[in-house]
Ligand binder design. Structure first.
Ligand SMILES: Nc1ncnc2c1ncn2[C@@H]1O[C@H](COP(=O)(O)OP(=O)(O)OP(=O)(O)O)[C@@H](O)[C@H]1O
Length: 783
């Protein structure tokens, strides 16, 4: 059966074309037959599962725990398939490899021959017979005899699908990507790994169809959400995805080399490979909420979501959500490692802001006792000498006050018998400490501090300059204080992404106040101990969402932490992220050339501290899959200015479409003219691409740019330069490179990011400030 929308040659087409089409149709029909049998098998499994569920419901909880567990596991398996099928994934089955006989010809547990090299004599005179064909998909499916109908893409047997290249083909003769929608096969794309070999399958020659899957995938229009790359992962990427999760895996690569895609697929791989270990959760840290929104559909499409939390840096602390933006000069201060010390001083200093009277008077043994301001100050200082968090030092301070009062009472001298003295002392303490006045004094003198409250206190420039002595210069103090005024008196105002890392640090410095433990909700899954898959299923399915959200809320320590765009983490952010993976293994993904942080050395130091002395394994990705060469070459000019000597990755394709240069009023660009030109250029790009258009402006023009583009529809998005990080669009309009470059000391690297967002077309719009030449090319982009 041929797919309905497979393209057919018209009747007048030459014979050769028609013949090729009939081969294509035949191959599509063969894959359709296979897919039909996969679906038949899945339906059988679903019926089995439904029967089992029914049966289980009738019989109730009878049987041995082992038998119940086994039955539940079967129900789970079928449930997973049912869930997948109902989700109508476009390409449940997406790949196939045709293999020569392996060296030892032994089959592994998944039914595939284990050897990676062809057996002696598998190829004779450049002729070979295919020994084995494996189909690869998003989940594994076995037939009734336990032979694999589809192999999970993460299984070891599927690795050759990704790893084989014409240079190192191993046993793979042909790699095929199958395109399907729902239950229908739409097309196939083949790559021959040994083009010189004439291979046969069941006596018939193996045909090759199409131009390969990668190019087809790269040419597709982009939407506002990222797609998985499971059908076209490249060999160097596969090495990273499947790298053993020991200690720290570091991945570097230029723009578009697939770092984010690889990080997401790696999370799915690790879960598949060792679900029990990663039940502790995988955290993916992303720089912006926009990138989280862009990428969060990928893991569900790979069948994984429950155990993975994707969080933006500004949402890592529960109850805090960054919505405000700090200008570069302020973020440099807030992100710097100096803040650690400053926050400690501020937390301690904030204790003095309470409304406590400057002396404490109590009555004991019928007399008055009094501690004056100096005595109280001395007690506070010695209590703060402890290492515990400030809020947790309060009991110590209370004890020191009671000690001082006891000494003052002279009772210690009167009771020489230690036992009696201890008894009297206990009564003394109780008498004083239960007095409401004493408790009120203590509450005011050693108030329970909240992180937001301390940040708000730092908005007072006078206080801040006291706390920041020898840490910040007066200009920095003024900047920081002004920025924190945004939080208001009680600290409830909007937070920036950098404030969130400060809150996290303060939480550590202050310590969680003691609270009665919250009773945990009873969870039916807790009873199913030992059945990791069942837990997984509950998390995978949408009914597990409530539980997952709870897990995310409660969890502050993960089994694996993946940091995307790691080059941008400030020292304070590294400390925040590091605290979430104290016992974790790590995957750290980034590109120094795209760093928007002005002091990379300081950040590298903080990164080393967060990752500790764990051994590291390094990988480099070298091919740019996003930008056509025409765009990558232009961006490379900025890279040469930003980081001389740094090599940009090779673009995998070229489109023949060179970037366009436009100018908005050469004499200085009034905003109205810039608005008009931006809207016009964006509209032009919308007409030229089917998918999305990103308009990148300097951060302080974000709101303006949104207004300029109003009415152009939702295919176009306005972005501040820092928001563009990690995202991509079919076409990008970069407005005033000079403005972006001048925004901060890292401005050139930020501009490099902006110029590398387009998958098809790029327009650069200059203003007078860009000093464009006669052809409109701005100074920064000229040779
Ligand atoms: N093997 C592949 N097959 C198909 N598409 C791919 C492949 N590798 C990467 N891509 C695509 O290339 C684009 C860039 O990938 P990704 O965003 O992961 O790169 P990146 O290295 O994180 O880029 P940047 O550093 O610029 O943010 C994405 O659209 C991704 O889907």
């Amino acid at each position: 059966m041929a797919a309905q929308n497979a393209t057919h040659a018209p009747d007048h087409a030459p014979d050769a074309v028609r013949a090729a089409d009939s081969v294509r149709d035949r191959e599509i029909a063969a894959e359709q037959t296979h897919l039909d049998s996969v679906y038949r098998r899945l339906e059988e499994k679903i019926h089995e599962a439904e029967f089992l569920m029914d049966d289980a419901a009738k019989r109730g909880q009878v049987g041995t725990p082992g038998a119940l567990a086994e039955r539940d596991a079967q129900v789970f398996q079928a449930g997973v398939h049912l869930h997948r099928l109902n989700s109508e994934y476009e390409d449940f089955l997406f790949g196939r490899i045709d293999l020569l006989l392996g060296k030892d010809g032994k089959k592994g547990p998944d039914g595939a021959y284990t050897s990676v090299e062809p057996a002696e004599g598998a190829i004779v005179d450049n002729r070979a017979a295919i020994a084995e064909t494996l189909h690869i998909g998003r989940l594994g499916v076995l037939d009734a005899d336990y032979a694999p109908l589809v192999i999970d893409w993460r299984a070891p047997a599927a690795a050759p699908f990704y790893r084989a290249t014409p240079v190192a083909p191993g046993r793979v003769v042909r790699r095929r990507v199958i395109r399907s929608k729902g239950r229908q096969v739409l097309g196939v794309e083949d790559d021959l790994m040994r083009p010189e070999v004439t291979a046969t399958l069941d006596g018939e020659e193996l045909p090759a169809i199409g131009d390969g899957a990668l190019m087809a995938a790269l040419g597709r229009a982009r939407s506002h959400t990222m797609r998985d790359i499971v059908a076209s992962i490249q060999a160097e990427q596969d090495l990273v995805i499947r790298a053993p999760a020991a200690s720290v895996t570091e991945v570097e690569g230029g723009p578009g080399t697939g770092k984010t895609a690889v990080a997401l697929h790696r999370a799915a791989y690790l879960l598949y490979q060792d679900r029990r270990r990663y039940a502790g959760g995988i955290l993916i840290v992303s720089p912006t909420p926009l990138l989280v929104a862009y990428t969060e559909g990928v893991l569900p499409s790979l069948g994984e979501e429950g155990q993975v939390a994707i969080r933006a840096l500004g949402s890592l602390v529960d109850g805090a959500e960054a919505t405000a933006y700090d200008p570069p000069a302020v973020s440099r201060i807030k992100g710097s490692a100096r803040m650690q010390k400053l926050l400690r001083k501020a937390a301690r200093g904030a204790l003095e802001l309470g409304t406590a009277p400057d002396r404490l008077r109590v009555v004991a043994f019928g007399g008055r006792l009094e501690l004056d301001a100096d005595a109280l100050h001395g007690i506070r200082q010695s209590a703060l000498g402890g290492t515990a968090p400030v809020n947790l030092l309060r009991p110590r301070a209370r004890r020191l006050i009671l000690d001082a009062l006891w000494t003052q009472s002279g009772a210690a001298r009167r009771y020489t018998d230690p036992e009696l003295a201890a008894e009297v002392r206990q009564g003394f303490d109780e008498d004083i400490a239960t007095e409401p006045e004493f408790q009120e004094f203590l509450d005011a003198w050693w108030p329970e501090l909240a992180p937001r409250g301390v940040l708000a206190a730092m908005a007072d420039e006078r206080l801040l300059s006291r706390w920041a002595r020898r840490l910040l210069n007066p200009r920095e103090v003024r900047r920081l204080a002004r920025s924190l005024q945004r939080l208001g008196d009680r600290g409830n105002g909007p937070l920036s992404v950098h404030d969130v890392a400060l809150l996290d640090e303060l939480q550590l410095i202050l310590g969680a106040p003691m609270r009665p433990a919250r009773p945990r909700e009873a969870d039916p899954l807790d009873q199913l101990t030992g059945l990791e898959e069942l837990t997984t299923f509950a998390d995978r399915s949408s009914s597990g969402r409530g539980r997952r959200e709870r897990l995310e809320e409660e969890r502050t320590d993960y089994a694996h932490v993946i940091v995307d765009e790691a080059q941008d983490l400030t020292p304070m952010q590294w400390r925040m992220v590091g605290r979430r993976g104290r016992h974790a293994t790590w995957t750290v993904v980034g590109d120094p050339a795209q760093s928007s942080w002005s002091d990379p050395d300081e950040a590298a130091l903080a990164r080393d501290e967060a990752l500790g002395t764990r051994p590291r394994r390094r990988f480099t990705l070298t091919v740019n899959y996003r930008n056509p060469a025409e765009i990558a070459d232009l961006a490379a000019k900025v890279l040469a200015l930003a980081m001389p000597g740094m090599r940009s990755p090779d673009a995998v394709r070229s489109t023949g479409l060179t970037p366009r240069f436009a100018v908005a009023a050469a004499d200085g660009a009034a905003d109205a003219e810039l608005a008009r030109a931006t809207a016009a250029e964006a509209a032009r790009l919308l007409g030229e691409v089917d998918g999305t258009v990103g308009v990148v402006v300097a951060m302080n023009r974000r709101e303006q740019a949104r207004r300029w583009l109003a009415g152009l529809g939702d295919r176009v998005v306005a972005l501040g330069s820092l928001e563009a990080k990690g995202l991509e669009y079919d076409a990008t309009l970069v407005v005033s490179p000079a403005e972006i470059a001048d925004e901060s000391p890292a401005g050139l690297r930020v501009l490099y990011v902006a110029l590398t967002r387009a998958t098809q077309q790029l327009t650069v719009l200059s203003t007078g400030r860009d000093e464009p030449d006669a052809a409109g090319v701005p100074d920064l982009l000229r040779d």
